[in-house]
Design a protein around this ligand. Structure first.
Ligand code: SF4
Length: 374
């Protein structure tokens, strides 16, 4: 389990190492075909800032080679905003007095139909709060069953599950799981997640192993930028990614670097701010570190930044996202989990990508190939 590995890595020493990276360390990393985590640390360090253009060129080269000029498109659907956790940065936390929604089967079906009218989305991400009693595995299995006639690639972003529960959902058509560790800083993790199942750091951390054990085809990871020193957090994620790739080598991996946005929770303010330039540096560094990993940008990022990064390393994007349950059809005005920044329609995003010479791909071709070859 990755918790055993993480215990061997010291947070403070890692931070120190990143900040003491030298020009020579950066040059060495840039000259390598296969980078290790030490190289990644140099590439995200302040010492690499003068090399941003070189990094962008390399990132573009590796992305083109592996993914071509394509962008895999997906759309999230929030099924619930009912949650038993108390993440201090989220508007859905348990003590926030608000109307809670758990979509009923007929409402879910209406959402699927409404999404299909927006664009030919085939990649659906089902999202829920953590309420295992009211919206647990059976509820998710039903939602997956109902989604199959509409979408060919089904992912979930829900509470961490047991390995056998992931396996059960795979039998219902689940292809991928996205889970954000939020932060790898174990001690401070408790401060941000004081109550509920999510307060159990290890259970969440080892959830990725359980996904691998269950044979989930695609695993998405991320840290929430705004909680802890971001350079250290993403380094821990790089260690985690390498560990998972070695242990569950059949699985496909994606990464995401969500920057905290204002939530409707009385205003938790981010502890650290990551600039656009730093997010670009991190994206390039991740691509140079790993040529195959999917790098995903959501509509948290604004339109012009997403367009800019679309040719430089990003390979997956959401579009026209609603972050409230039933937001596409049933309850168009309910409370959002966070406010999206890129508010363009899917058609507008498609047009912008095409103008950049990038072809939006609505269907996950890897997935259809895997099924044919299975
Ligand atoms: S971040 Fe997720 S788990 Fe935490 S309160 Fe919000 S919906 Fe619940």
């Amino acid at each position: 389990m990755f918790s055993d590995e993480l215990r061997k890595i010291d947070w403070d020493k890692t931070t120190e190492k990143i900040y003491s990276s030298t020009d020579a360390d950066v040059r060495r990393a840039l000259s390598k075909d296969k980078c290790d985590v030490d190289d990644f640390m140099a590439l995200i360090s302040p010492a690499a800032e003068p090399y941003l253009e070189t990094m962008a060129r390399l990132s573009r080269k590796y992305t083109l080679k592996r993914f071509g000029k394509t962008m895999s498109m997906f759309i999230p659907l929030y099924l619930t905003n009912s949650c038993t956790n108390s993440c201090v940065y989220c508007g859905f936390h348990v003590s926030n007095k608000m109307k809670r929604t758990i979509l009923k089967p007929e409402e879910i079906e209406n959402e699927y139909k409404a999404i299909k009218k927006l664009a030919p989305f085939e990649n659906l991400l089902i999202v829920t709060g953590e309420n295992p009693v009211a919206a647990g595995v059976d509820y998710l299995a039903k939602a997956l069953d109902m989604a199959k006639p509409y979408f060919s690639n089904l992912k979930i972003e829900v509470m961490p599950l047991k390995a056998e529960e992931y396996a059960e959902l795979v039998r219902h058509g689940l292809n991928g799981v996205i889970c954000f560790q939020e932060t790898y800083h174990e001690k401070n993790y408790k401060v941000y997640h004081p109550k509920g199942m999510k307060s159990n750091f290890e259970w969440r951390l080892n959830g990725f192993d359980r996904m691998g054990q269950a044979g989930v085809h695609s695993i998405g990871m991320g840290v929430l930028i705004g909680l802890e020193e971001w350079r250290t957090d993403v380094t821990m994620m790089a260690y985690h990614l390498r560990y998972l790739q070695k242990t569950y080598w059949k699985t496909k991996y994606s990464v995401n670097f969500p920057r905290m946005r204002p939530a409707e929770n009385g205003g938790f303010q981010p502890n650290v701010i990551m600039s656009d330039k730093q997010l670009a540096q991190l994206t390039f560094a991740m691509r140079i570190f790993d040529h195959d990993v999917d790098i995903s940008y959501s509509t948290r990022e604004n339109a012009s930044f997403r367009d800019h990064m679309a040719t430089l390393g990003v390979t997956t994007m959401s579009a026209e996202s609603k972050t409230d349950p039933g937001g596409y059809y049933t309850y168009p005005q309910s409370l959002e989990q966070f406010h999206v920044s890129d508010e363009r329609t899917a058609a507008e995003v498609e047009k912008a990508l095409k103008k950049l010479g990038v072809e939006p791909v609505w269907k996950d071709w890897d997935q259809s190939f895997d099924h044919k070859s299975a």
